[in-house]
Design a binder for this molecule. Sequence first.
Ligand code: CA
Length: 546
Amino acid sequence: MRKIISAVVAISMTGTLLTGCSGAGKQEPTTGLANTETVDSAIENAAAVEDSSGFLYTGEAPITEEGGTIKIMAQESNYPNVDISKAPIVLKVFEEAGVEPAFQLMDYDAYPTEAAPIIGSGDTDADIIKTPDNDPNQVYIKSGLFVPLDEYFDYMPNFTAWLSQNPVEKAELTAEDGHIYYVPGINVADDYQPCLMYNQVWLDKAGKEAPATLDELVELLRYFKDNDMNDNGDASDEIPMSVMAEFLPYMFGPAFGLDLVSGFQADDAGNVTYAYADSENYKKYLEFLNGLYKEGLLEADYAGLDRDTVIDRISKDLTGVAFDFSWAMSMMYSNVLPYYDGTEATAFVGVAPLSGEQKGFYVGRNALSGMYGVSTKSPQIELAVKFLDYAMSDHCQDYYQWGFEGESYVVNSDGSREYTEQGNDNDWLQQLGINPAFVLPASQSVEATDILVADWHARINRELRQYIRDPWPEIYATSEESDTANLYMEDIQKTVDESTPDFITGKKNLDADFDAYIDKLDSLNLAEMIEVRQSQYDRYLKALEQ
Ligand SMILES: [Ca+2]
């Protein structure tokens, strides 16, 4: 199954999971929405100038006439059969730039743990380094490992133009000291996000519409549980709902007015709260899940459910409700249904979020993904900076998203594009190096994803976009804020992670034990933590207004 996941979304899936769906502060973002002055004046004053060899780079290839080699430390592809360092799209960028490629690559999954000590100790001669995370605590920045890119903006016409057009990302990228150190990859943030899906055939058999409310959902789950939905003569083998534990906050939190995905959330007046400490609504959320659990609508081993098991069940027509990244809809779930014929009527179909006392929404994610910095140890900083600028240009993004005209895609007479037959072969497309975010600052593309999924799936994505709400923004913290978070968040998170399943399964009693849970969070200095988030959020709002 894994093979059919295009990197376009595969990255978005693993990325989101790695950085923590349960959100609440495993990472401690750091900086400076407060002050983009340095960067703003650097952008304003940037003017293409000749480099030390007398060559003028204007944003188009080549970046030099002297040749040379650029070495990048980054990740291997997460496709085991793809050598991303030899992928034609990646090689094309180097070839056009006029430099030779060199790589120091590490295993995709092991990158965060393997790369961190190497970067930290400066034990690499790479010119460009992909950080193992978004450097939320500015650890690498503060260690002086990376060049302040704004001091080289004369050599970065593409990046400076992009920053001018993206004030939120510019503010998010600006460190506490007012400099920008990284060129980011960009995630699709409002499209193809996790959503609720139903087996349409089961819905039709039950004569029901997709539930709009929690009550309607419960009614539907009971129906699926009690009836022979898969027509095998056995009314007891149906598993009404197959949702992995990490998606329960996505699926049910919003109906209770909670963004449990981010953890911290702000209301319309800008007041920050911690969703897992909402003594009224979080309690109701747990009561609801405990109710599902007791009735067998949420399975006994819900915490152990993984995606492979969900796919296996769907392939045997055993289950009716799922919640996953949108990508799964037509690419992992519908396609394994025994009767799927390519139409929505026979598929697992995404629908609007559930509402309860509060109107439902889906939680989107932050756009910044995968930071690339230029090492201060590089003997050719100018060249490295220019390469990074060229590698993030629109021209190169086109390669990353579509590959090569006539090979992986064609342009129709109306100007729209589509993948060729070969381009629709995902194995081939990955070999070509599509979306090489492992080694270059690639942006995901909604349009390119639309073409990869079923037409009905692309349409449903467009319909669901209206329900996406921004997650907690990526806001750098001051050193003091980051110290506070590092001191308190781990214990707070641990308490939440341990208590939640106990309340859902009834091991802990909501009437008897919930107040003690809230008290425990209070004793772990939650109030101080919320104050930190409040000041960060205030700065964020201020920066947005500028
Ligand atoms: Ca059955």
